[in-house]
Design a protein around this ligand. Structure first.
Ligand SMILES: [Zn+2]
Length: 283
C-alpha cells in the first residue's frame, strides 16, 4: 500500500460532503490490482498489441479464431480474479448512497463480485456469449466447456498466460491456427461475447440511460480511467457542459484533467479505502 496524500483525502471528503449524489464511472484502473491489466500506461498510450476490432471480428474467421483461442486461455484467470479494495470501497459508497449510479467501462464482473448488484456496463460484460444470427445466449462458462471439448489436445497448453482487459491473452501463432471454434447450437451462426469491441458503438439506450442518471446527480466521479476513449470521455464532457463538478481518481494523465475540479493522482485501491474510512467515521 502506498502513502496517501492527506490533503487529497481532505479535498475528496469535502467533495463528497458537498455532493450527496454522485454519478461514478469506473475504468480498468479499478481492476488492475485484481490482476487484470489496463490497456493504457499512465501516459495514456496503447499498451501492447491493439485490441480486437469489431469489423474484423464480424468479417474474418482468422480474427474470431484468434479471439477465442486467446479468450480460452485467458478465461480461467478472469474467473479467478477477485475484487480488490477499490471495488469494496465503491460498493460501500453505493450502499451508503454516496454514489447514485456506478457505470463501468470494465467487462469483468468484479463490481458484482464485491456485492454491487446494480452496476451498469458501458462496454458489456464477458459473462455471456450470444449468437450473431439468432441471438441465443449462453454463459461464457458453458462456452469454456465447449471450447475444451473441441480442443482436447490444446487444453494441455493451458498456462498462466496474462489476460488482457477484454479477457483474451497473447498466445503462440500455432495454437491459434489449430484452434477449433464452436458455432451456435441452434442455428450454426457465429458466436460473439456480449462486449463492445473497438470500432463498435455502445448501444444507444445504455448511453441515454446513463446520461439521464448523470443529469440527476450532483457531480461526476471518474475512477481508474484515462478517458482517452470517447465512449467514457463523453460523460466528462456532458458533466462539464452542465457545470457539474468532476472529481477524477487516477494515477496518471486523463483526457478529463482540464475539466476536473479535483484530481487525485492515486491508485483507486490505495485511495478509496482511506476515503471510506473518513466518511464512515463521520456517522
Ligand atoms: Zn444461433
Amino acid at each position: 500500500m502506498g502513502q496517501v496524500n492527506t490533503q487529497g483525502i481532505d479535498l475528496a471528503e469535502s467533495f463528497f460532503k458537498g455532493h450527496p449524489s454522485i454519478f461514478c464511472l469506473t475504468g480498468a484502473g479499478c481492476s488492475l490490482a485484481s490482476g487484470i491489466p489496463t490497456y493504457r500506461r499512465t501516459n495514456g498510450d496503447w499498451q501492447g498489441r491493439q485490441p480486437i476490432n469489431h469489423a474484423d471480428f464480424l468479417s474474418k474467421f482468422s480474427t474470431r479464431q484468434r479471439y477465442w483461442a486467446r479468450s480460452f486461455l485467458g478465461w480461467p484467470t478472469m474467473t479467478q480474479a477477485e475484487p480488490n479494495p477499490a471495488h469494496s470501497a465503491i460498493t460501500w459508497l453505493h450502499h451508503r448512497k454516496h454514489l447514485s449510479t456506478v457505470l463501468t467501462q470494465n467487462v469483468d464482473n468484479l463490481h458484482e463480485k464485491s456485492g454491487l448488484t446494480r452496476v451498469q456496463h458501458l462496454h458489456g460484460d464477458l459473462s455471456f456469449v450470444s449468437c450473431m444470427e439468432c441471438g441465443k445466449r449462453i454463459s461464457r462458462d458453458d462456452l469454456q466447456n465447449e471450447l475444451s471439448a473441441l480442443n482436447p489436445n490444446l487444453s494441455i497448453q493451458l498456462q498462466p498466460y496474462r489476460p488482457r482487459p477484454d479477457g483474451d491473452t497473447e498466445v503462440p501463432e500455432a495454437f491459434v491456427r489449430a484452434f477449433q471454434i464452436p458455432s451456435c447450437q441452434s442455428c450454426g451462426g457465429d458466436l460473439k461475447p456480449e462486449v463492445v469491441f473497438f470500432g463498435d458503438r455502445v448501444p444507444p439506450d445504455i448511453i441515454s440511460n446513463a446520461f439521464e442518471a448523470l443529469e440527476a446527480a450532483d457531480a461526476l466521479l471518474v475512477i481508474g480511467s484515462s478517458l482517452k476513449i470517447f465512449s467514457g470521455y463523453r460523460f466528462c464532457r456532458q458533466a462539464h457542459e452542465r457545470d457539474q463538478p468532476i472529481m477524477i481518481i487516477n494515477p496518471g494523465w486523463t483526457r478529463g484533467d482540464p475539466q476536473a475540479s479535483l484530481k487525485i493522482e492515486e491508485s483507486a485501491e490505495v485511495f478509496l479505502p482511506r476515503l471510506v474510512e473518513r466518511l464512515a467515521n463521520q456517522r
